[in-house]
Design a protein around this ligand. Structure first.
Ligand code: NAP
Length: 294
């Protein structure tokens, strides 16, 4: 049985991986912050990924086959004013896990984001395009990627986007708003790839046993604007809500604390085509699956 440490196990991806990774093949060792551990049903250990010594000691003791880092600081707007914590969790966290993984001879799976790109083009980004983040979150996640490349030996970095699973996310926010509103304003000039945590978890499960190490884009097929995403959520959930498209500028005027976001951050899964040929579900189908289970 292969031991796999999951950090951030109580988060959206962490929970999806617990459903997707086969118990016949893997023994999962769940970790998260002390607060998040208490929200999990399964036994889990409090492990702060920013604590270098604790991370190395825990990995040394556990002797895992792999570490999957699902832990991150994901509140994009809050990080604009919380730069040190953002670097600690999103850059030093993966650095610590990379050092520990290399020492223990373990594989490392690390998750990154489409927000590493500027988003000012109109052609989907491949893994070979140059990042130029606009937000603190994008900047510190890119620094995390660099640390993984520097310190881990056998690693997969997977950039995903617009993620939704069990937890706080755009789909849940829209469904909650639909309880009290019949019209909602949603940004219509940002394009990306909505991706379910289950589909991302299936990609992780696919890559994990391979030796196809490197940087990947991992998002559901197809793209849309946030406004179109909201319309599809309401259509599939049978909610009679009108989505009023607004520009990012109009949205920023309503929410001055909002971090700058890429206008066009569609990701091309070029590395998957070049390597294993694995394909991910279309975002409409993945959303339908999610809403059936929600
Ligand atoms: N959500 C998105 O739309 C999106 C888009 C692109 C990429 N991603 C990336 O996808 C990955 C998974 O995201 P997600 O949405 O599943 O995240 P999530 O639901 O926000 O979960 C993150 C987990 O990490 C934990 N955590 C935070 N700081 C930690 C620390 N210092 N030590 C250990 N654990 C810590 C959190 O605990 P607390 O709750 O106690 O803080 C939480 O349980 C992340 O790398 C994220 O950057 C997400």
């Amino acid at each position: 049985m292969k031991k796999v440490i999951l950090t951030g196990a109580a988060g959206q991806l962490g929970r999806a991986l617990q459903k997707v990774l086969s118990p016949a093949e893997y023994e999962l060792v769940l970790t998260d912050t002390a607060a998040a551990v208490s929200a999990l049903d399964a036994p889990a250990t409090a492990l702060d990924i920013t604590d270098n010594e604790a991370v190395i000691a825990f990995v040394d003791r556990t002797k895992p086959y792999a570490i999957i880092n699902c832990a991150a600081y994901t509140a994009v707007d809050a990080q604009e004013k919380d730069v040190d914590l953002s670097y600690k969790i999103n850059a030093l966290g993966p650095r610590n896990l990379s050092i520990a993984a290399a020492k223990a001879g373990a594989k490392l799976v690390h998750i990154s984001t489409d927000y590493v790109f500027a988003g000012d083009g109109s052609v989907p980004y491949t893994e070979f395009d140059t990042p130029a983040p606009k937000s603190v979150y994008g900047t510190t996640k890119l620094a995390g990627e660099e640390f993984v490349k520097q310190f881990a030996k056998e690693f997969f970095i997977i950039r995903t986007a617009w993620l939704y699973g069990e937890g706080k996310n755009f789909v849940r926010t829209m469904l909650n708003l639909a309880e009290t509103r019949d019209e909602i304003s949603v940004v219509n000039d940002q394009t990306g790839n909505p991706t379910s945590a289950m589909e991302l978890a299936r990609l992780v499960a696919h890559l994990l046993p391979t030796q196809e190490y490197g940087l990947y884009h991992g998002t559901c097929e197809g793209s849309c604007s946030w406004a179109d995403f909201a319309r599809e959520i309401f259509r599939l959930a049978g909610k009679n809500v009108t989505v009023k498209g607004v520009t990012s500028k109009e949205y920023a005027a309503m929410n001055p604390a909002a971090a700058p976001r890429p206008a066009f951050s569609e990701l091309d899964k070029y590395m998957l085509r070049l390597t294993t040929g694995y394909t991910m579900a279309n975002w409409h189908d993945a959303l339908e699956e999610y809403l059936k289970e929600a």
